[in-house]
Design a protein around this ligand. Structure first.
Ligand SMILES: NC(=O)c1ccc[n+]([C@@H]2O[C@H](COP(=O)([O-])OP(=O)(O)OC[C@H]3O[C@@H](n4cnc5c(N)ncnc54)[C@H](OP(=O)(O)O)[C@@H]3O)[C@@H](O)[C@H]2O)c1
Length: 290
């Protein structure tokens, strides 16, 4: 199958490329230098020359603070840009698999969100991603919108730069022997390799629609840090950071846990518990490093 991956050199995109390649597909990673979501001619020129059966869009403007400072730009990429992509893929007859976020919810539910729950984003990023989802769902019938959460992978996140949370904790733990982490935000930390495997499964079926796709279970960032050191066999003192120690500049959902109800109904859920995903990641990065 011919597959184009937009954001193909990103944290998630590079694992998507890897998984589809390993399973024998004809994969075309597209970097920002090759395709610009804000420009319909760029999307059209790039995709029409390839004629992929499936387009996976992992690209987004997703630095939450930058989105808040530049709302026009966030909507130009995450909403209007995605609309352009939906129009081009529809015209080509291609399936569009689009990655979205838990930040479409306000985090007030107190129980895992299912696909049928009404979104209510708290910030520009979440609003722009929700708008992008809606364009995809209304324009191209052959779509999958996959909402995921707190992702980490072996390739660094290009938008946020530096290390992912796991690598940052390992570095700070090694250097300082103690870390302070907030426990007032609950998520499902999800490794990109599992999202990529899930996207592959979706590309093989025609149960189009909106899906939640995150690791099973949930934890605060504090719990996550403790588990990172336990799984890595490191003795590090993990302390709860005070409420004003790392003040959020932009409102974020406090509890954005998603239930993969749609995937489970179809017997398609490929995610493990978050602790198992973390162990797989640590094994994978140790293997990469050795
Ligand atoms: N990070 C999280 O915790 C999280 C949580 C839930 C959902 N998500 C979603 O997961 C997806 C992937 O995130 P990631 O961490 O893999 O991101 P990433 O590493 O920053 O990669 C994003 C890719 O998109 C490209 N890109 C950005 N703007 C573009 C544009 N206007 N046109 C074309 N390409 C563009 C980037 O290229 P350049 O870097 O060269 O600009 C990069 O290759 C995003 O859709 C995000 O909303 C992330």
């Amino acid at each position: 199958m011919k597959v184009a991956v937009i954001g193909g050199n990103g944290q998630l995109g590079s694992d998507v490329v890897r998984v589809f390649k390993e399973r024998g597909d004809d994969v075309h990673p597209l970097t920002h230098a090759e395709i610009e979501l804000e420009n319909q001619d760029s999307i059209q020129g790039c995709l029409k020359s390839l004629e992929p059966a499936v387009v996976v869009n992992t690209a987004a403007m997703h630095h939450v603070e930058q989105c808040e400072q530049q709302p026009e730009k966030a909507f130009a990429v995450n909403a209007i840009g995605v609309r352009k992509l939906a129009l081009v893929t529809k015209e080509m007859g291609a399936t569009l698999i689009h990655v979205s976020t838990d930040y479409v919810f306000d985090g007030e539910k107190g129980r895992p969100y299912v696909e049928a729950d009404a979104p209510l984003p708290l910030n520009v990023y979440g609003n722009s991603k929700l708008s992008g989802e809606q364009f995809v769902r209304t324009i191209n019938d052959k779509h999958f919108v996959l909402r995921t959460s707190a992702i980490y992978g072996t390739q660094p996140c290009r938008a946020k730069g530096g290390r992912n949370f796991v690598e940052l904790m390992l570095k700070l733990g090694r250097e300082r022997g103690t870390v302070r982490v907030v426990n007032n935000e609950v998520v499902s930390p999800t490794p990109t390799i599992q999202i990529a495997a899930q996207i592959y499964e979706l590309s093989r079926c025609d149960d189009y629609g909106l899906y939640h796709g995150t690791a099973e279970g949930d934890c605060s960032w504090y719990d996550f840090a403790r588990e990172i050191f336990r799984a890595a066999g490191m003795r590090v003192d993990v302390q709860v950071a005070g409420p004003n120690e790392f003040p959020a500049k932009v409102p974020r959902p406090k509890y954005s846990v998603l239930e993969n109800r749609g995937l489970k109904r179809l017997g398609l859920n490929r995610f493990t518990e978050w602790q198992e995903g973390l162990q797989q990641y640590l094994n994978q990065s140790a293997a990469v490093a050795s």
